[in-house]
Design a protein around this ligand. Structure first.
Ligand SMILES: [Zn+2]
Length: 648
């Protein structure tokens, strides 16, 4: 067996978008280096029965050759006649690579456990206009909109037989629930095609894809940070036990030191999870026993699990009325100011206060963040009490236009006419002084209210951002960015900037609590260590790409339009890196939709955001899924983000 790659443009690829991407992506750079070493260190074909060629790209293509017969893994766009193509999972950002073969009726093998994403993906999209709201599952939406024909569904222990060779199927869940790898043994050499199990020397393609439920600890997908890291660790061990000589992944360079690289990834993932547990809000909500269960899955039975001891907490002062996940400030003059409204029960409780004469009315509502348990009844409350709703500009749009987004636990109840205040805006309200803050903890779309009442100890209402056991970052899809001026580091700075004793309120917790300087130092130190581990795990040029699925996202994510009606679509991009980069976006249009210009580019400075606008027009009725490829000097991803246009 010889393993070699060949340089040059990937055949059959669209123009531009590939030429810069396949050259210069970090993946590409690593792969070019790898390619050179391959060309230099060529292995004699005489020793082995088959040839293995790897052509690097946004998704690698692999051609296994025996005489004049060929087998493809992931895909192959060369002129050779291919007998079969092997797929390791069902995500569209990888299986697009096999489409040209499958459209020529080359039979495909794919994991049985991924059948729904390949055989019936349209079921997901037919329900998307509803399922995008109140989503607590947090599974990838990188699904095709049409079935991809597969003729052989494989499970662990099966074999794919080809030309007298046997490719053994090994179940290797992690990146997706049902991923498999294929082991090819040839004259004593063992090659494993690992899909997205591992990227290069001990890295992962991203972290957010691992969000999932942990049933044995009664943790649902929303709370399941790295929920499939335990499965990943098991899969890494399983592949290591095969003692492979070579790993050929779907993305990233060929791995020539499997034992070292698999072990390195396992160690990093365990370090990451240990760090995550050490400052976790769920320790308050779920208690030690359940957190230990979560930890032992990834770290091993009996592993030492560090949990931050609870901070100081005590009874909430009487001027703050508690109801559900809302708080009502009550003034001496008998007026109320509401924070969040997630249920009718809150409205009812305020009406009871009015009926008892405890308050006369409500003057305003502040929304801490977009989650449904804080927003479902905000509009109803605003109408009932005839008062304005306040938020800072960073997240006012998701409150007014939730249909533009797909985010965890999003309400479907839009809030009309949000009164947008700037970060730091102050408002005097009766004997209170209110300071509105953008506060990107728990989710980026988050604010906080610093409340001072006379000489009393002030209260910082920080939504769900903190708990007495640490930070609320269990849902990676919520977007907790890692820069110093975004996400938790920003929030920690805001707490440190308060130069007097104050209380924190998280509306899920029926107490006020506070962190000592030592506790804040501990949280920040642990968080910075987390960023360091994520940087080691990251093949991207900035670790934020590991945790921010929406660095590139279409706006809106779903909409309705009549035939012939043009739909303005934005592709919103964030350059998380410290280097300027030019990004090119190319839309993939389904039949039944048109767009005058499919490809556009934008130059983004370090840490800069930008938008590219397209007009898409459905030309027939149906459910049209438009996806986008994104490429730049350091990025090359296909069928990455999408908008669903439903045309009656
Ligand atoms: Zn909440």
């Amino acid at each position: 067996m010889c393993v070699c790659g060949f340089a040059g443009r990937i055949p059959g690829a669209p123009e531009d978008i590939l030429s810069h991407s396949s050259d210069a992506s970090p993946q590409g750079k690593v792969m070019r280096a790898h390619l050179l070493s391959l060309l230099v260190v060529s292995v004699s074909t005489a020793t082995y029965a088959v040839d293995v060629k790897v052509e690097p790209g946004a998704v690698n293509q692999v051609l296994v050759t025996d005489g004049d017969h060929h087998l493809a893994v992931y895909g192959w766009n060369g002129p050779q006649a291919v007998d079969r193509v092997l797929l390791t999972h069902g995500r569209r950002d990888v299986v697009w690579r096999a489409e040209s073969l499958i459209s020529r009726e080359v039979p495909a093998s794919a994991p049985e456990a991924e059948r729904s994403s390949l055989a019936t993906p349209q079921d997901f999209w037919s329900g998307f206009s509803k399922s995008r709201y109140h989503d607590y599952g947090q599974q990838s939406t990188r699904l095709r909109n049409s079935p991809l024909p597969v003729d052989q569904w494989v499970t662990d222990g099966d074999s794919v037989h080809w030309r007298g060779h046997e490719l053994k199927v090994i179940s290797t869940p992690g990146f997706t629930r049902g991923s498999v790898s294929y082991l090819l043994e040839d004259s004593g050499r063992r090659v494993v095609f690992t899909g997205d199990l591992i990227y290069g020397d001990g890295q992962l393609f991203d972290l957010y894809s691992f969000q999932d439920a942990i049933p044995e600890a009664q943790v649902r997908g929303y709370h399941g940070y790295g929920g499939r890291l335990a499965a990943l660790v098991d899969s890494l061990k399983k592949v290591a036990a095969l003692k492979p000589d070579l790993l050929i992944p779907a993305r990233g360079p060929v791995i020539r030191t499997p034992a070292v690289s698999l072990d390195r990834l396992k160690t990093r993932v365990q370090k990451l999870y240990q760090n995550y547990l050490s400052t976790n809000a769920l320790h308050w909500y779920f208690k030690k026993e359940r957190m230990t269960k979560c930890g032992e899955r990834v770290l091993g039975a009996g592993a030492e699990i560090e949990l931050m001891p609870y901070s100081q907490y005590e009874k909430t002062p009487s001027w703050v009325f508690e109801k559900g996940t809302s708080r009502l400030l009550i003034s001496d003059t008998g007026r109320g100011f509401l924070l969040d409204c997630g249920s009718q029960a809150v409205i009812n409780a305020i009406e009871d206060l009015q009926n008892q004469g405890a308050i006369e009315g409500v003057d305003g509502i502040f929304v801490t963040h977009y989650h449904d348990d804080h927003t479902d009844y905000v509009q109803a409350a605003a109408e009932k009490f005839k008062c304005p709703v306040y938020a800072t500009k960073e997240y006012s749009d998701v409150l007014e236009n939730p249909e533009g987004y797909h985010l965890p636990a999003m309400t479907s109840n839009a809030i009309a006419n949000v009164r947008v205040v700037a970060d730091g805006h102050q408002m005097k309200w009766h004997e209170y002084q209110l300071t509105f803050r953008f506060f990107p903890g728990q989710t980026w779309y988050h604010g906080a209210l610093f409340v001072r009442r006379g000489t009393e100890r002030p209260i910082f209402f920080v939504g769900d951002a903190f708990a007495p056991s640490g930070i609320d970052d269990y849902c990676v899809l919520n977007r907790n960015l890692l820069h110093d001026d975004s996400g938790y580091l920003n929030c920690i700075q805001q707490l440190r900037a308060v130069r007097e004793p104050f209380w924190l309120v998280n509306e899920h917790i029926p107490y006020v609590f506070s962190f000592s300087k030592k506790e804040l130092d501990y949280i920040e130190t642990r968080y910075r260590q987390r960023i360091a581990v994520l940087s080691e795990l990251s093949p991207w040029n900035d670790p934020n790409y590991m945790v921010d699925e929406q660095w590139a996202v279409m706006y809106p994510r779903g909409t309705r339009a009549d035939t012939g009606q043009s739909v303005p679509i934005q592709v919103r991009l964030i350059n998380h890196s410290g280097k300027a980069q030019r990004l090119t976006v190319k839309l993939n249009l389904p039949t039944g939709a048109k767009c005058p210009q499919l490809q556009k580019s934008i130059q983004l400075g370090p840490r800069e955001s930008g938008r590219l606008s397209f007009d898409v027009t459905p030309t027939e009725s149906g459910r049209h899924l438009v996806t986008a490829d994104i490429a730049g000097a350091a990025i090359d991803v296909r069928e990455w983000t999408d908008v669903l246009i439903e045309t009656p």
